[in-house]
Write a protein that binds this ligand. Sequence first.
Ligand code: FPP
Length: 238
Amino acid sequence: MTIPQHIAIIMDGNGRWAKAKGMPRNYGHAQGSKTVERICEDAYRMGIKYLTVYAFSTENWSRPKDEVEALMKLLRGYMKTCLKTAEKNDMKIRVIGDISRLDEDIRNRIQELEEATKNNGGLNFQIAINYGSRDELVRSVRRLAADVQDRKLFPNEIDEACVESYLDTYGIPDPELLIRTSGEQRLSNYLLWQLAYTEFYFTDVLWPDFTKEELVKAIEYFNSRDRRFGGVKEEQNV
Ligand code: FPP
């Protein structure tokens, strides 16, 4: 079985999972956070090199204040535990998204965690926080335009590699597999540039119930696909 080197996940269905149990939505997010920890471990053991999860989107600010606060609290807690547990999965953490809108203590924790794990080489774990693909592109274009204005870059030098170098995901290979849980089949403004050639796997399983077995199913589906890039069959999958 070919193990994709990069898997991106839209972790959906926490709210419905909690509702089905007669519990508040935030309980679903807390369980979802535990699932994140389990899946990181499974991914590492399976030899997946890159995992990118959508933890908080630019649109999520419009959720009720108490839910936004609960999600931020979970992220805070996660960053703290992760400082201790990252070693286990030899995990290198990178946060993508516009973190300037986050509280200062979370920004500091992110910086601390990225710094502490920067030399780890097992699992590269990207967490998208206040991330939206269109926002990422706007921020990238602004920086690119400023570089053109400063004559550090000339318009005829702008190619795909150049645009990529301005994205939050710079240096990270594109995902080969995207998983979205809970039956929704949308991209929800996630990694629009990076998912150009990615296989999509949708499952009805709600994120807190997502297990290693589900991850294996997604990878089996990926293996069943005849991956072609613009008519040229990708060599590794021949
Ligand atoms: C979607 O479920 C999920 C989110 C908006 C947040 C995802 C966050 C976590 C899994 C926990 C924290 C993350 C980390 C990295 C520790 P939903 O609330 O939209 O579910 P619903 O569609 O059933 O309402």
